[in-house]
Write a protein that binds this ligand. Structure first.
Ligand code: AOE
Length: 257
């Protein structure tokens, strides 16, 4: 392609490239038969997640520099962070709708609408809380796209230790790419007309929310693997592979009867 390398791009250009990479809305177009049962609710959620994963892979490949990483790194990054990315997307779609989670234009859930999936309300509430926090901060679209790219690029930095020269090269590329995204976020914040100190504080607040999202994602991963083990939901191939990647070697959630 005739695109410049990300390191020679201005933050403005970098942001416009990741804005263009944003995936389209997904419609489930199922007749949302209320009341939901545990199984039908889980089926709707995992069906949506499965469709979004396909789009997420195309999205990642459009982030300048991502496809120049080793294929192993590209795969590993996506496997580490897919649920965090889905959750941040969900938070973004829901930010202007207090008390609701907007999964898609035709699939919206209220807190009051009761409980039917075992163990999911805790996750629901943590996501609503994160959504209110982003609402308080008046998260901007430019900041949102940077945070999402940061989740992807930061997801395995602390778990991989490069052995070969090739792995080392890919990791150095990854670190330079993360620098570009941080520069882009700093630039996006600088456009908001805040004092220098307020800009620094905002950067801190936004990035601290990412640790909350990681926490909720870990809870969600445990939840999904429990639902799968209890045969509440049939998890399709792509999602299954992503789930297995997170559980492999890690601690299995405590089993319950
Ligand atoms: C799917 C797509 C997406 O874009 C984001 C997420 C994030 C969470 C994921 C979910 C998903 C896929 C399935 C996961 C889930 C976390 C655990 C689960 C991985 O295994 C969504 C988390 C929030 C889910 C809230 C669902 C509330 C359901 C309870 C309400 C209820 O039972 N009823 C009956 C309400 C009826 C309303 C009409």
């Amino acid at each position: 392609a005739n695109h410049a390398h990300h390191s020679s791009m201005s933050p403005e250009e970098f942001i416009s490239r990741i804005m263009e990479a944003e995936p389209p809305d997904i419609y489930l177009m199922e007749d949302m038969k209320k009341p939901f049962t545990q199984a039908s609710m889980m089926m709707s959620l995992t069906n949506l997640a499965d469709k979004e994963l396909v789009l997420m892979i195309s999205w990642a490949k459009k982030i300048p520099g991502f496809v120049e990483l080793s294929l192993a790194d590209q795969i590993h990054l996506l496997k580490c962070c897919w649920l965090e990315i889905l959750m941040l997307g969900l938070i973004w779609r829901s930010v202007d709708h207090p008390g609701k989670l907007i999964f898609s234009p035709d699939f919206k859930l209220n807190r009051e609408e009761g409980q039917c999936v075992e163990g999911i309300m805790e996750i629901f509430d943590m996501l609503l809380a994160a959504t209110s926090r982003f609402r308080e901060l008046k998260l901007q679209r430019e900041e949102y796209v940077c945070l999402k790219a940061m989740i992807l690029l930061n997801s395995n930095l602390c778990t991989s230790s490069p052995q070969t020269a090739e792995e080392l090269e890919s990791r150095n590329k990854l670190l330079r790419l993360l620098d570009s995204v941080i520069d882009a976020l700093v630039w996006a914040i600088s456009k908001l007309g805040l004092s220098t100190q307020q800009q620094t504080l905002r950067l801190g607040h936004l990035t601290m929310l990412l640790s909350h999202i990681r926490h909720v994602s870990n809870k969600g991963m445990d939840h999904l693997s429990t639902m799968k083990r209890k045969n509440v939901v049939l998890v399709y191939d792509l999602l299954l592979e992503m789930l297995d990647a997170n559980m492999a070697g890690g601690s299995q959630p405590a089993s319950s009867p």
